[in-house]
Design a protein around this ligand. Structure first.
Ligand SMILES: Cc1cc2nc3c(=O)[nH]c(=O)nc-3n(C[C@H](O)[C@H](O)[C@H](O)COP(=O)(O)O)c2cc1C
Length: 358
């Protein structure tokens, strides 16, 4: 008997799937850091719905197809990838592991998948560029001063980042009550030093990253020929508008449920966005992807690539570069088995006909 305590998660080499790696990572971190990584906004309805939406779909296997030469390979913005599953931008990997973004970028490079570096990374973009593979992208929060943004984009272009991903769902920072409650319980934890947005009474209206459609032409100019991706699009209307503004890809995301609580699950808006885009740009999705079956489902419904956020940060906490490699390896194996059992020899053979509502 464990006396009612949670059982110890298995060590990394014994972990079987992503959620086990995430549990191991969480067990290695202070509860304050876990609250930061795991929290969603408000009642966390959107956070849990992202995962639940995948369970509302079933996969339709086709039998007796030849899958002997099965490949999970694809391309993203013209760059080859071993599988269309990438590392989403998440802030401050240094809170999870001392090797920080260096470890996660190396793991992504070894796995042959896209790595998107956060504006709010622990390491500088130049330090990460030294070890990152391809595709490597920089996520951007547009700052109030255009000159600062231009300078950051120029540094990213100079360091060889291949696309700029503008995050458009943080016009104001969401209220993550789980994180605020963790601070209330232990306000002296070093993590809270300097995090004014978590202090009671902080003027929420003063925080965020304001940008509007009017900024996109200027930003595309600043990208100097590199593709611009919009991350955080959740409606067909905005997706169509984004295409009119010349973006190369639309990234369906609700920021992992950390911004607008009661926003729909990303999987539930994917088809609307794919249809509005009508093949004129690539469409990505993140939020709640934890299994190869989730990946297959999103690809079938029209995502060109899916991305994982929390699995990477908790994988990092579980074992640094090896922890992230374990997460990506599990998703690759599960995607391979799922495709084989669905009768799909390539990602192109995953189509809306592979999925039905439960
Ligand atoms: C701890 C944490 C930090 C994040 N930081 C950023 C960020 O700096 N920029 C950004 O565009 N998105 C950020 N996100 C959102 C992720 O890019 C992604 O949309 C989300 O994590 C996907 O959901 P998932 O965690 O369920 O995979 C962050 C998410 C988490 C959990």
């Amino acid at each position: 008997m464990t006396g009612g305590r949670k059982p110890e998660p298995p060590p990394l080499p014994d972990c079987l799937h992503v959620r086990e790696v995430m549990a191991l990572g969480a067990a290695r971190l202070d509860p304050e850091i876990v609250a930061y990584f795991a929290a969603g906004a408000g009642d966390e309805e959107t956070l849990s719905d992202n995962e639940a939406a995948f369970t509302r779909r079933a996969l339709r296997p086709r039998v007796l197809t030849d899958v002997a030469g099965l490949s999970t390979a694809s391309t993203v913005l013209g760059h080859p990838v071993v599988m269309p599953v990438g590392v989403a931008p998440t802030a401050e990997h240094g809170l999870a592991h001392p090797e920080a973004e260096r470890a996660s970028a190396l793991a992504a490079a070894a796995a042959g998948v896209p790595f998107c570096l956060s504006t709010a990374a622990t390491l500088s973009l130049e330090e990460v560029a030294e070890v990152a593979g391809s595709p490597r992208w920089l996520q951007l929060y547009a700052s109030a001063r255009r000159a600062d943004t231009e300078q950051l984009v120029a540094r990213a272009v100079g360091a060889g980042f291949e696309a700029i991903v503008l995050t458009v769902d943080v016009g104001i920072v969401g209220l993550r009550d789980r994180e605020r409650a963790a601070r209330r319980a232990n306000p002296d934890h070093p993590y809270y030093r300097g995090r004014r947005y978590l202090t009671p009474g902080h003027d929420v209206t003063a925080s965020g990253f304001p940008a509007t459609w009017q900024d996109l032409a200027w930003l595309r100019e600043a990208c100097d020929g590199r593709p611009l991706v919009l991350k955080g699009v959740m409606t067909g209307e905005d997706a169509a508008r984004a295409i009119d503004h010349g973006v190369a890809a639309v990234w369906v995301s609700n920021h992992g449920g950390r911004q607008l609580d009661r926003a729909p699950a990303t999987l539930d808006v994917l088809e609307e966005v794919v249809s509005a885009v009508g093949g004129r740009a690539e469409v990505y999705l993140d939020g709640g992807v934890r299994r190869g079956v989730d990946v297959a489902c999103a690809l079938a419904l029209g995502a060109r690539c899916v991305f994982v956020g929390r699995p990477v940060v908790f994988g990092l906490a579980a074992g640094g570069r090896e922890g992230v490699a374990a997460v990506l390896g599990m998703l690759r194996r599960e995607l391979h088995v799922t495709m084989a059992l669905l009768g799909a020899a390539s990602v192109e053979e995953l189509t809306p006909a592979s999925v039905r509502r439960r």
